[in-house]
Write a protein that binds this ligand. Structure first.
Ligand code: F6R
Length: 616
């Protein structure tokens, strides 16, 4: 989704804004722009369609736009096609207000009509131009300055927005405005930054303010003042970011995705370490930081997991593990569907919302719906201070560090680890698993980072396979039980970055229709890690082979017999069957990655996709 940056300080703003925008490229965009102000001179605006490099060239790396304050934007089109006119910043008719925006103003047509009646003209198809001109309208109508104009506009606008604004009458300041879209403010001596996400400002400061919902801020060099919707000054405490600036760099890898795939052993280890403690003679899972008590876990009658995309796949895996280890009924819901249902929730239920960014609009709406019903909520979140982290009753942080590639890898793996820990803990406190089994599962969990590392070491075979199958048009991923949930993720990894059509099926379901699509040479990737279901999935694979399918198997090292059936085998280390999704995902991530590279695609920024989906 769109990326916003802003700067107020003593340095050249344009260069800093361009650099900040480059760190937000992963969010997805189709045009970009800057607005910079030099003292009390006019605001200069430059916009381009396409990649940020074009804006860089057009402004000679920012040199043609001198000035010490400014705002910048990468746009992911929602209202109006990608074009220079629709690109942000947008400017009011006489240049009084300049603004950038992320989100959707749902009632923009109604507001636009009102403004047209008042004599305003519009040059773009965007809702953002309407928002900027609304601010201009209230500024001029009441003559009470930016605080009043912004607050009145916020009251009128419906939808979601993070905005950066500049007023020509106030040359030394920019404004940050927020409702339901991410926006953070970073401060260091004599300089203040705004950004949609931490990586854009990590190089400059780790002191960050999370601006609240329906709040806004005046930003001056080195200072920030916050206001509520009534225009009253409010106090917000800063947070110290723990991510290192290097964490948002490629570190010698060709792509962020490959770097992040390799970070998985470390990320899973860190996440598990944060949840597993030791006293003198035993290990135990400590969820005290989340505030989720043993008593709550004991009294649970049901769990609903809500998430989107890969995070939903994590929920699907967790469903099998929690139901088996803790005997709690679990439903897994796509957040975008859940939010428009009338779910039966309440006492005795727990709603778990899984989200890397903590800002996904549908997941956030699902969380709010659960809270409205009085149900206890737990957010499993990676980004500290994000909306879901702030609003959930309990938060379990995954320690993946910043994830930049659009396709998730390490966040997915840490989410799985966190949910496994929850399942084992719940099984133990509810008396479903004995102390001995508890210690066994804890041991098995702690072996996962090494197992993931071993799975990573086999990437050359996968690279070769991808190069040989570069012309493949369709791929099927199949599995049963937890392997099915892993197939869902493998299939998404394949299609989202390599644009090869792929589908994931529960292996037993394939012959109820989809098998008719299997043709000569169609790769059918079977995941086989569940001992009781191995032969059944294998039979389903053989059925595909009989129809010309090219069989790829992802299975454990002890299953050497598979070499008699499959055309290509990816062996992975054996782990407890509950936790295999953590390991089977690795070759599937690599397969998607190498397929994308073989096809010459932009692995980290696949077409049409955005990292953080902050609109419905
Ligand atoms: C796929 C992917 C997405 C996200 C989904 C949810 O590789 O990354 O499917 O998993 O958009 O995002 P978060 O976890 O930020 O809520």
């Amino acid at each position: 989704m769109c990326g916003i940056v802003g700067y107020a300080g003593g340095k050249d703003a344009a260069g800093i804004l361009l650099e900040g925008l480059s760190k937000l490229e992963y969010r997805g965009y189709d045009s970009a722009g800057l607005a910079v102000r030099d003292g009390s001179g006019p605001v200069s605006v430059c916009k381009t369609k396409g990649r940020l490099s074009r804006l860089y060239e057009k402004t000679e790396g920012g040199k043609t736009m001198p000035g010490h304050i400014g705002i910048g934007h990468t746009r992911w089109a929602t209202h109006g096609e990608p074009s220079e006119d629709n690109a942000h910043p947008h400017v009011s008719d006489d240049g009084l207000v300049t603004g950038v925006h992320n989100g959707i103003i749902e009632n923009y047509l109604e507001l636009k009509d009102k403004l047209i009646r008042k004599g305003y003209c519009f040059y773009s198809a965007t809702d953002t131009e309407v928002a900027v001109k609304m601010v201009d309208y209230y500024y001029k109508k009441y003559g009470l300055g930016p605080i009043d104009a912004i607050a009145k506009t916020m009251v009128r606008m419906r939808g979601s927005y993070a905005m950066g604004l500049m007023f020509s009458d106030y040359p030394d300041e920019i404004w940050a405005v927020r409702k339901d879209s991410p926006l953070i403010i970073g401060v260091k001596d004599g300089e203040t930054f705004i950004a949609s996400d931490v990586p854009a400002i990590l190089k400059y400061t780790k002191k960050v303010y999370y601006i609240g919902n329906l709040e806004f801020a005046r930003i001056r060099p080195g200072e920030v003042t916050f206001y509520d919707l009534n225009g009253e000054e409010i106090k917000i405490e800063p947070t110290e970011i723990t991510w290192s600036a290097d964490a948002a760099e490629k570190d010698g890898y060709e792509h962020f995705m490959m770097k992040e795939i390799h970070e998985q052993p470390r990320a899973v280890k860190d996440t598990l370490h944060s949840l597993i403690a030791k006293d003198s003679d035993r290990s135990f899972i400590d969820l005290s930081k989340t505030g989720l008590t043993d008593e709550t876990i004991r009294s649970l009658e049901g769990i609903t997991i809500c998430a989107c995309g890969s995070a939903w796949h994590v929920g699907m895996s967790a469903q099998y593990v929690i139901e088996d280890l803790a005997r709690i009924p679990v439903r897994v819901e796509l957040a975008s569907e859940f939010r428009y249902r009338k779910p039966i929730l309440g006492k005795g239920q727990l709603v778990i919302v899984i989200s890397q960014s903590g800002e996904t609009a549908d997941s956030l709406a699902a969380l709010r719906l659960a809270k409205e019903s009085g149900t206890e909520t737990l957010g499993v979140v990676n980004v500290v201070g994000s909306a879901i982290a702030r609003e959930a009753d309990h938060v379990l942080y995954t320690l993946a560090g910043p994830e930049i590639a659009v396709a998730t890898t390490k966040a997915y793996s840490t989410q799985l680890a966190a949910l496994y820990a929850l399942a084992v803990k719940a099984g133990h406190v509810r008396g479903v698993i004995s102390e001995e089994q508890y210690q066994y599962y804890l041991d098995e969990l702690q072996k996962l980072p090494d197992a993931i590392q071993t799975a990573l070491s086999r990437k050359e075979d996968i690279q070769r396979f991808a190069a040989e199958h570069v012309a493949t048009k369709d791929v099927f991923f199949i599995g049963r039980n937890i392997d099915y949930t892993s197939a869902l993720e493998g299939s998404l990894k394949m299609k989202e970055i390599s644009y090869v059509h792929s589908e994931a099926y529960a292996a037993g379901e394939l012959k109820h229709g989809t098998i008719s699509l299997v043709e000569d040479g169609t790769p059918v990737i079977g995941i086989l890690t569940q001992p009781d279901l191995y032969e059944k999935t294998l039979s389903n694979m053989v059925e595909c082979k009989a129809r010309g399918g090219y069989l790829v198997a992802v299975t454990t090292e002890d299953r050497q017999d598979i070499l008699n059936t499959a055309d290509f085998v990816l062996f992975i280390p054996k782990t407890d069957p509950h936790f295999t999704a953590s390991v089977t995902v690795v070759p599937q991530q690599l397969l998607g990655y190498y397929m994308s590279c073989s096809r010459g695609l932009d692995v980290d920024k696949p077409r049409n996709l955005a990292k953080s989906v902050t609109v419905e």
